[in-house]
Write a protein that binds this ligand. Sequence first.
Ligand code: NAD
Ligand code: UFG
Length: 356
Amino acid sequence: MTQLLITGGAGFIGSHTAVVLLEAGHNLVVLDNFDNSSPEALRRVMELVGSEAAGRLRWIEGDIRSRADLQRAFAAAPAPIEAVVHFAGLKAVGESVAEPLRYWDVNLSGSRCLVAVMAEHGCHTLVFSSSCTIYGFPEQIPINEMAPVAPINPYGHTKAAVEQLLADVVASEAPELARWRIARLRYFNPVGAHPSGRIGEDPLGTPNNLFPFVSQVAVGRHERLTVYGRDWPTVDGTGVRDYIHVMDLAEGHKAALDVLLAEGPQLLSLNLGSGQGHSVLEVVRAFEAASGRSVPYEQLDRRPGDAAITVADPSLAAERLGWRTRRGLEEICRDGWAWQSANPDGYDSPGSQSSG
Ligand code: NAD
Ligand code: UFG
């Protein structure tokens, strides 16, 4: 049993990872300011894992940019925090173009503040949520970790900057005195939901990303999907992505933590993806099959800033973590639909509040 701090643990990926880590027997303190999430997600995590494991979860409402809030989170743990899984951050590409200062503040300054407070507490183990967005327009598919880091928007710049900050921290230590154990996990496209349908992705406003939009069309919140592009050099002219089930991603975090805690100081940089690409129209068809609903769409021109294909080479993660994805597109759509159909308006759906 390890005492962990999970920043952003109420969010989409954080809540699913919290389930996996509680089920693995760990103690968690979640620090979240609920800027893009709801405490209801954490109540449902507790309900899913059962009362014994639920007793090992605490949460603090606070901001990673605040030293005082971070100190409160460290003080809330019943035992010294041994490792941090750092999800807290802002993630919308378009918003990052409009509000770059906010993105640099939360994503970079927040991470810097977290690392400084960790060091004060003698906690040197960190798993960081990075993104395949740092590769920009990839030159080679599948993308491996040696590909150039060349982000093309402010969100991507902040992720690349935090990756650099972490590399600099590791490099600052003399090898014989090294303490930091850091994993920079570069996610491809996380989608789907817990198979119970109790927790899932709950984007504020109109979703920008494909999956939540498709599932909101299926449930009747939007009339039709706009498919961006019909002339990409792909199987059917639409963009191809590497969609990863959020439960596979959650298990990838557990695997990374296990490796960091078992091995010595190091800096890991790993792609977390399936290695499989699916086009937009393949996703639409798979979602229709899983939901039994039709997903009408219209095809427009390409979306600015999109790449034709992004697919991970996940072999390094398999080698270093002994981890690979286990769930395919069918399961992604089935579990995504279980969540969307039971919670048409996300955590605000009528009658959706937990009783506990
Ligand atoms: P999310 O928005 O659902 O979760 C982020 C959580 O962080 C939310 O609960 C939010 O309230 C919290 N948060 C935001 N700012 C905070 C702050 N200043 N202090 C404390 N908490 C704060 O997003 P997610 O999809 O779960 O993503 C988690 C992480 O993974 C993010 O860092 C994101 O950039 C990264 N990532 C996500 C994707 C994706 O497509 N979902 C892809 C690659 C990387
Ligand atoms: N798409 C549509 N219609 C939509 C939304 C998306 O056709 O309404 C298409 C896009 O053009 C693209 C594919 O669906 O071909 C996937 O788009 P998403 O917006 O779901 O995901 P992206 O791959 O564009 O990128 C997102 C974030 C990146 C991040 C990446 C992986 O914007 O920053 O997920 O996590 F790196």
